[in-house]
Design a protein around this ligand. Structure first.
Ligand code: GDP
Length: 462
């Protein structure tokens, strides 16, 4: 996502570097390149026009600032305009003064609503809320049980009509203790209402309503979503849109805006190879902010959308703030300090190594983590090679070792290597490689920390 846009934009801006003064022609040429980059990324034409006009006007009128050279000034302007296009300030969820807060999800079938319900539930729980997910997608076969599965994964309860009750059919007692009395499983409005009543009775403070989508826009879909909105009066209606559908995202958003109305946008599938135009157009065209972004199928592939951080990533300036936040969530400071002390002493064990690796991996796929570093755009090819499966194998090998072997890898002789390889389903040469590299790395890290004056070696050298 955004890779080629990012390449093109940084390329266009790089040409300005080293120029003491920018002529109008320089600015026009750069603006032309930025325009092409945006169009290629599938950003809608009116949005591109507005963006370019803003940049030209500001760049030509820019005062020469003492701190920035002209090229940096243009980068600063492009960055600010990108932030503006992406929505300016980060838009947070508006929680109701009197709980429960009601969040309704709407969008086309396959946009990722049900998956999002689980992610949102998980996120809300992390923020200290007690969410309840309500299954009102009663059309897509399997949608209710899919919501139950994501709810279970997130550890968030799901309110759903019992499977098997038809329109007007009698209601059987639901599993998990849910008994939506008097609710026909074919009536999403009634299920939504019953879900909210349940939340009030059981003191859940947020209700997330999953609704049905269709493959395309149609009247029936709009009417049903509008009926649910009318009946539940949600605090937030989130329009969920697949970033991969490109320009169609804009027209779908416009139709939903007219038919149902929404307060915010959630972009999904940002992990795909979409060109990013949807992200850059939807907010501008509908006037509604992007509130969340989803970038994978796992619960944790989800975050609040920060326009400034996204702009910074697009311009190859990295997203160190998000990286720090993720690290803070998953980092165990004491464990990290203990490991650092052992590194300087040259005493790191494979057990420590495994713990550190697990801690880092909790932050998400390694490629994503590294991708947040400044300059990651230039390492794209290397990042694409990073394979989490290889890390899985390393983990499996270490797990196949006995505690004594992990504490003291020196005892891992040939017969132990064979046993470990067989136990963890890899070849002996993979075990050899891991053990050898571990020793090399341990030696190198101890030397480096010594040279930098941190460890005992440093003190000896001093
Ligand atoms: P719904 O019909 O709107 O409820 O869509 P679903 O939640 O069932 O999602 C449709 C498909 O997209 C499923 O296979 C999801 O696993 C997948 N999906 C949802 N969000 C993402 C995402 O951010 N990235 C990727 N790669 N897949 C996603």
């Amino acid at each position: 996502m955004f890779d080629s846009l990012s390449d093109r934009l940084t390329g266009a801006l790089k040409d300005l570097r080293g120029k003491g003064k920018l002529s109008d022609a320089d600015i026009d040429r750069t603006a032309r390149e930025i325009r092409l980059a945006l169009l290629e990324a599938d950003v809608s034409l009116p949005v591109v026009r507005g963006f370019i006009a803003g940049i030209k006007q500001r760049a030509k009128g820019a005062e020469v600032s003492g701190a920035l050279n002209p090229a940096q000034q243009v980068v600063k302007i492009v960055n600010e305009e990108l932030i503006e296009i992406l929505g300016g300030e980060t838009r947070r969820v508006q929680f109701a003064k009197k709980p429960p807060t009601i969040i309704m999800l709407a969008g086309l079938q396959g946009a990722g609503k049900t998956t999002l319900a689980g992610k949102l539930g998980n996120w809300l729980k992390q923020q200290g809320h007690t969410p309840l997910l309500v299954a009102c997608d009663l059309q897509r076969p399997g949608a209710v049980s899919q919501l139950q599965i994501v709810g279970e994964r997130a550890g968030v309860p799901v309110f759903a009509p019992h499977p098997g009750t038809g329109i007007g059919g009698e209601n059987l007692p639901a599993e998990n203790g849910w008994v939506p009395l008097g609710v026909s499983s074919g009536d999403p409005v009634a299920v939504a209402r019953a879900g909210i009543d349940e939340a009030v009775a059981q003191h859940y403070d947020v209700v997330v309503i999953d609704t049905a989508g269709r493959l395309g826009i149609d009247e029936e879909l709009m009417r049903q979503a509008a009926d649910i909105r009318e009946a539940t009066n949600p605090d937030e209606v989130l329009f969920v849109v697949d970033a991969m559908i490109g320009q169609d995202a804009v027209s779908t958003a416009e139709s939903f805006q007219a038919g149902v109305g929404f307060t915010g946008v959630v972009l999904t599938k940002l992990d795909g190879d979409a060109r990013g135009g949807a992200a850059l157009s939807v907010r501008q065209v509908t006037g509604r902010p992007i509130m969340f972004a989803s970038s994978g199928e796992k619960l944790e592939d989800f975050d609040v959308f920060h326009p400034d951080r996204m702009a910074s990533r697009i311009l190859g300036m990295g997203d160190v703030l998000s990286l720090i936040e993720q690290a803070e969530q998953h980092w165990d400071q004491q464990q990290a300090e203990e490991a650092a002390a052992k590194i300087t002493q040259g005493e790191l064990t494979l057990e420590d190594f495994l713990e550190q690796m697990l801690m880092i991996r909790k932050m998400g796929p390694i490629g994503n983590i590294l991708g947040m570093l400044p300059g990651a755009g230039q390492m794209k090819d290397a990042l694409a090679q990073v394979d989490d499966k290889q890390l899985d194998r390393v983990q499996a090998i270490i797990r196949g070792m006995t505690p004594a072997e992990r504490e003291n890898p020196k005892i891992i002789n040939a017969s132990r290597r064979l046993r470990i390889a067989n136990g963890s389903g890899v070849t002996v040469s993979e075990v050899n490689q891991l053990v050898d590299r571990f020793f090399e790395a341990r030696k190198m890290m101890a030397q480096m920390s010594g040279r930098m004056g941190f460890g005992p070696a440093g003190r000896r050298n001093a």
